[in-house]
Ligand binder design. Structure first.
Ligand SMILES: *[C@@H]1O[C@H](CO)[C@@H](O)[C@H](O)[C@H]1NC(C)=O
Ligand SMILES: *[C@@H]1O[C@H](CO)[C@@H](O)[C@H](O)[C@H]1NC(C)=O
Ligand SMILES: *[C@@H]1O[C@H](CO)[C@@H](O)[C@H](O)[C@H]1NC(C)=O
Ligand SMILES: *[C@@H]1O[C@H](CO)[C@@H](O)[C@H](O)[C@H]1NC(C)=O
Length: 456
């Protein structure tokens, strides 16, 4: 059984250089018996796998299937990553061309400076200086895009190898392959963690997905399930309702093809529910109780009172509607946003254990809940809009990582004049909104914080 070995080319290359055209014993089960230069001048080793490997054929083919599945999973993750990065990348490229334009203008000005008013020149210089810190960010983005295409290529290579050896089962070093897959997975995970989190820079859209229901309601997808599932849940109205409608996909949702309805045991309050990892989390009407309802079992799995939280329009968002207790999820997990008398009606952020609903950690902000239009969490930072009406913008952000706040000025286009729900979905990197009886989506652009403690 002969096989051209491409995957361990580095290792083999070394051996070939050391001992050209002689037989080399590589390790148990492997023999290299010849070497040659290919047309590109590369060293190619021909490998013979011993017959004894044949007896464990079944085990190996099972291993192979697992590896193939892993590779497929990785390809999916890379696709998601790629899509998100491409989106940000376009934004960044635009900025880069602006910088370049400014730079050449500056150069022009510098050569003709005698003919130009000093004031203009200073202004331009100031603008340039403002943009300077962006340059490393731009470079980082370029590096990231490169990294992703490298991942893509590695995964493609690996799946080629896997397909290739399917016919040659028995003739492969699974340990080595497993090691490569694990290594790639770890790097991919690091890369995703790095790239998926960042600071909100821009909100684009909305695109109107559908027009349905009353003025107030909520709709969402589950950020925690695999990319294969894209179920949509729909909860119309902020009070006196306990029917959740489920749609198999976004297109079914648009077409109005329901797949299931769930009749919850308790009415909900407000529009601030979230579906996370197969469960619906919501605030039970006229209480500060958070309910976790499992779609799979069709039962309430957990209920717990959120201590000190105001409810029933004591501390709602600006639009009212019993929106006192806002459940949300981001890259880091499940969160609840509310206000307490202890914190003078200002917003409190708590991280929740998704199983037990226990509060894991809390942060007190100084932003009055009654003056907040909506809020949503991205990468552990809470973003608060200043109104539910036209002209609203993301006005304040609070980082749970540094326990500090910042005033921001990020416009959000309130197309239909009344926003009763706004929630971030980390998987899609989009904001789901309920805009006066319209179900809308916004895209967000994040600048990730540059870290260099990574092998990539
Ligand atoms: C691939 O992803 C699916 C769905 O997320 C998961 O059930 C499966 O265990 C994963 N396979 C491997 C080998 O990681
Ligand atoms: C993928 O395989 C090609 C052809 O063998 C090789 O040139 C390339 O370096 C490989 N890429 C990676 C990222 O391993
Ligand atoms: C969001 O981004 C996706 C992918 O780039 C694009 O298809 C979609 O139209 C965008 N939506 C909005 C509301 O900008
Ligand atoms: C999601 O649910 C599964 C089981 O239902 C559990 O094993 C897993 O830890 C949960 N993930 C998160 C992030 O809570």
């Amino acid at each position: 059984m002969m096989l051209l070995l491409l995957i361990s080319i580095k290792l083999l290359l070394l051996l070939c250089i050391q001992r050209p055209s002689t037989s080399v014993r590589l390790k148990e089960g492997w023999q290299v018996y010849s070497s040659a230069q290919d047309a590109d001048g590369r060293c190619i080793c021909t490998v013979v796998a011993p017959e004894q490997n044949l007896c464990s054929r079944d085990a190996k083919s099972k291993q192979l299937r697992t590896l193939q599945e892993k590779i497929q999973n990785m390809s999916q993750s890379i696709e998601v990553l790629n899509l998100r990065t491409q989106r940000d990348f376009q934004y960044v490229m635009k900025m880069e061309s602006q910088i370049k334009g400014l730079r050449s203008k500056l150069r022009q000005v510098e050569t003709n400076w005698r003919t130009l008013p000093t004031k203009n020149f200073q202004e331009l210089k100031g603008k340039m200086a403002d943009l300077q810190p962006l340059v490393p960010v731009l470079n980082q983005y370029k590096a990231d895009a490169g990294l992703i295409s490298q991942f893509k290529e590695e995964v493609r290579n690996l799946s080629l190898v896997l397909t290739g050896i399917q016919e040659e089962i028995g003739a492969f070093d699974y340990e080595e392959l497993q090691h490569r897959v694990t290594n790639l997975e770890t790097r991919l995970r690091n890369c995703m963690n790095k790239l998926t989190c960042g600071k909100l820079m821009k909100i684009s859209g909305p695109s109107t997905v559908k027009t349905s229901g009353t003025r107030f309601g909520a709709w969402m997808t589950d950020p925690q399930v695999s990319t294969a599932s894209s179920k949509v849940w729909y909860m119309d109205s902020y009070t006196n309702n306990k029917i959740v409608r489920e749609y198999k996909s976004m297109s079914d949702f648009i077409a109005g093809v329901e797949s299931r309805t769930y009749n919850l045991p308790f009415h909900w309050a407000g529009t601030n529910h979230v579906v996370y990892n197969g469960s619906l989390y919501y605030n039970k009407y006229q209480s500060n109780i958070i309910v976790r309802y499992s779609f799979e079992s069709g039962r309430v799995v957990t209920q717990r009172a959120l201590e000190f939280a105001g409810f029933h329009n004591v501390y709602p968002y600006t639009w009212g509607g019993f929106s006192d207790i806002d459940l949300m999820a981001d890259e880091l997990g499940l969160w609840v946003v509310y206000a307490t008398n202890q914190n003078a009606g200002n917003i409190v952020i708590s991280q929740l254990d998704p199983e037990t609903l226990q509060v894991l950690n809390s942060w007190n902000t100084e932003y009055s809940k009654r003056n907040a239009g909506e809020s949503f969490m991205i990468c552990g930072t809470l973003y608060i809009t200043n109104s539910h009406l036209t002209g609203a913008k993301v006005y304040y952000s609070y980082s749970t990582k540094t326990s500090s706040y910042e005033y921001t000025d990020i416009p959000i286009h309130n197309q239909y004049f009344h926003m009763s729900m706004l929630d971030y979905n980390a998987r899609e990197r989009a904001l789901y909104g309920w805009n006066n009886g319209h179900q809308v989506l916004f895209n967000v652009t994040l600048f990730h914080v540059i870290k260099t403690d990574d092998d990539s």
